[in-house]
Design a protein around this ligand. Sequence first.
Ligand code: ADP
Ligand code: MG
Length: 256
Amino acid sequence: MQVDNGHEGGSSPRLIIAARELTRQYGQGESTVHALAGVSLDVEPGEMVALMGPSGSGKSTLMQILGLLDRPTSGTYELRGRSVAQIGSGEAARLRGRRIGFVFQSINLLPRLTARSNVELPMVYARMKPPERRVRVSESLERLGVGHLAHRRPSQMSGGQAQRVAIARAIAPGPDLLLADEPTGALDRASGQAVLAAFQELNRDLGLTIIVVTHDPLVARHAGRIVELEDGRVVADRQVEDRIVEPAPATKGVTA
Ligand code: ADP
Ligand code: MG
């Protein structure tokens, strides 16, 4: 793990993410895998970024480091101007619980819990008080257009509905950074579109910073910027000229 640069509060307070020359190696000796081979990435608050690249290019590894689920082998990472090298595991867990939301391709709701309880559980772990939890659960389910499913279990929902409950769970604690790894990968086209509409609305209305991994160029064009990885390096980083903007009501009352 890399040491910080000596600046108390970090050097890039304007950025939500400032990563420099991140590497991540798995294994040792001949079998060493260089999952990241020197990735630098700046993300401003309120950006929506698509992360693309072939399978094995390091997308998930990068997301795990950005989300404090993993640490780089070398390089520096400042999250909101703070060097993560200085953040201990307890505080990292707290930041993950409140400030960073995660959405995955495998929707991973707990099957025996209702939508409401699934959304509430991380806030129980984050030690939020019950009244605040209740408000946040209702607000986030409504925001994702799945308020009417509050008392259903995952098996009583479509895949798209379940993924929107999972997004509600991710945003309920009030994060300012949402990391989504192939969130539409397991969904049909209409459900995927509803998820993308929800992301755009969260980005626009709440100013949520979003990084979304995808290998679908159409999905990527919903972002404002596309970053491409190859063999653990950034090979392209550009603004999207022909951005696709989904109509906002798609997240309200949609049953797809
Ligand atoms: P992507 O998400 O772009 O498909 P990953 O970040 O999952 O890529 O993986 C990048 C490289 O690191 C791949 O070669 C993968 O096999 C390897 N890798 C990822 N996680 C591990 C791990 N826990 N142990 C060993 N190798 C890993
Ligand atoms: Mg991956």
